[in-house]
Ligand binder design. Structure first.
Ligand SMILES: [Zn+2]
Length: 116
């Protein structure tokens, strides 16, 4: 799980003291519905409403609506998958290829080596 730590939440609130709290707005990671998560400091603690926020990498925030968080609190499939393939004789990540080679990659066909 990559839930935001309480210390990180406090640091973000401290860095935004001119505002009433924090707001994350965007699409739910799981169901794509619109989510608006607020974190508001009150005398009895920080009130978090509207969903949950994850920070799997520094300053990369991902939200879930309450319904999706209830179904599965774990954050899954949030990283791009790095695909390596052979290009001009050696293996390189496909997302680093030039446009021409990348287009050619999509024309490639999977070789089926199974025996029937
Ligand atoms: Zn959702």
């Amino acid at each position: 799980m990559a839930m935001m730590t309480l210390k990180r939440l406090h640091d973000l609130l401290d860095a935004n003291q001119d505002k009433d709290g924090l707001i994350w707005q965007g699409a739910c990671h799981d169901c794509q519905c619109e989510v608006k998560v607020t974190a508001t400091p009150k005398t009895d603690g920080i009130h978090i409403n509207g969903g949950s926020v994850y920070e799997p990498e520094a300053d990369k925030f991902i939200m879930k609506c309450d319904g999706c968080f209830g179904n599965d609190p774990a954050l899954r499939n949030y990283q791009d998958c790095e695909v390596y393939s052979r290009v001009v004789g050696y293996l390189r990540p496909v997302n680093q290829w030039n446009d021409g080679k990348f287009a050619e990659f999509h024309d490639r066909k999977m070789f089926d080596a199974s025996i029937r």
